[in-house]
Design a protein around this ligand. Structure first.
Ligand SMILES: *Cc1c(COP(=O)(O)O)cnc(C)c1O
Length: 380
């Protein structure tokens, strides 16, 4: 068949045909028990092979241009299962310096128990990845754009380096989503998502996803069935429903985010704006090379001495919120939430100032978002 366009993939690939009643949407199969015919692999939700699960793999794989996919009960179930599937006692993994907090915690709190050794890179420069490689390095793990400062890692350079040494590469592709970035085009092997974010998109689903070659997915599946982090078929069905509009949502969110980034950059009460779509972003050229649009996430700093919480509480439309990527715009103070446990001086060294605000831009009209920010800034 002819290669399908992105919105057609979102809408149609991986539908479960309703043969019985010819309904318009996929029926939900909630069975946890399927007939055993003595030959075939038995279906069971924890084996990640129910009709709804298998159908959704097709949509996710098509979006990531990968051969196959799996879905999980959370983004962290996808991250932890995938890392453990490729690492065993005595192995070493290289992870980029800035990572989602949950991934960082998983590595530093759990790996020692398994006898898995790890290094974080000193910067995102490819030389710093090369510097920490060891003869027992099995996995290279990146996240681009990163949380919360939207740094950009060179996927092609990382992919090339890993290939030279026979190392498996993994990316947390949550922030870009496959709508804005398909890492497989740059030689990355395994794409991981918190489907809680852009795939779900409505702040009502907790899920994770992985896409890769058939061979790699089989290896991940082998560990997945043992760890048991599967997703309920009802939520699988919800996720399929959400993903039909993913490209529409993410494209609009990305367009909105660029407009908001440009507005914030021109506002005298705002210091720095971090958004890969801005010419002022230190890696804008690289972002242009590897992303379509630049995503719905940005960060900005209020001018020195302005209270970030007071600002956020003065917003009426935009809500302070722990999560991100919903159709509604939300903000968060990394210094008070995700990075609160890190001492202030270390936080500052990582570039996370007290006035930093992470902004998840929704699908609203940007005039309304700008008006909300304008009225909140009047409080100062
Ligand atoms: C939220 C998030 C995760 C973890 O996903 P959960 O669904 O909360 O388990 C991992 N990586 C990134 C970049 C995230 O934003």
């Amino acid at each position: 068949m002819k290669k399908l366009g992105i919105n057609t993939i979102c809408t149609h690939v991986g539908e479960v045909k309703d043969e019985q009643f010819r309904g318009a949407v996929s029926p939900i199969y909630m069975s946890t028990s399927y007939a055993f015919d003595g030959v075939d692999v038995v279906r069971y939700p924890r084996y990640l092979n129910t009709p709804n699960q298998e159908a959704l793999y097709k949509k996710i794989a098509a979006l990531e241009k990968a051969e196959d996919a799996l879905i999980f009960g959370s983004g962290m179930a996808a991250v932890s299962t995938t890392l453990l599937a490729f690492l065993q006692q005595g192995d070493h993994v290289v992870l980029q310096q800035t990572l989602y907090g949950g991934t960082y915690n998983f590595v530093v709190e759990e790996f020692e128990k398994f006898g898995i050794d790890y290094s974080f890179t000193e910067s995102l420069a490819i030389a710093d990845f090369e510097k920490v490689l060891q003869s027992n390095t099995k996995v290279l793990f990146i996240e681009t754009p990163s949380n919360p400062l939207l740094t950009i890692t060179d996927m092609q350079a990382v992919g090339d380096l890993a290939k030279k040494h026979g190392i498996v590469t993994m990316i947390d592709n949550t922030f870009a989503s496959p709508i804005n970035q398909t890492p497989i085009d740059f030689g990355i092997d395994v794409m991981i998502h918190s489907a809680t974010k852009y795939m779900g998109g409505h702040s009502d689903i907790l899920a994770g996803a992985v896409a890769a070659s058939k061979e790699h997915i089989h290896q991940i599946w082998n560990t997945a069935k043992n760890l048991g982090g599967s997703l309920s078929d009802f939520t699988v069905w919800m996720l399929e429903r959400s993903m039909k509009t993913m490209s529409l949502r993410v494209t609009r969110q990305s367009e909105n985010a660029l407009k908001m980034a440009m507005y914030l950059e021109s506002n005298p009460l705002i210091d720095t704006v971090y958004y890969p779509g801005l010419k002022s972003h230190s890696n804008h050229e690289l972002a242009k090379k590897q992303m379509k649009l630049f995503g719905g996430m940005l960060s900005f700093e209020l001018k020195e001495g302005m209270d970030a919480m007071k600002f956020q509480n003065s917003l009426q439309l935009i809500k302070p919120s722990m999560s991100l990527a919903g159709v509604e715009s939300t903000t968060l103070s990394p210094a008070l939430t995700s990075h609160a446990l890190i001492p202030a001086d270390q936080r500052a060294a990582q570039g996370i100032k007290d006035g930093l605000i992470r902004f998840s831009v929704g699908i609203e009209e940007t005039e309304d978002l700008i008006a909300d920010i304008e009225q909140a800034l009047k409080a100062f």
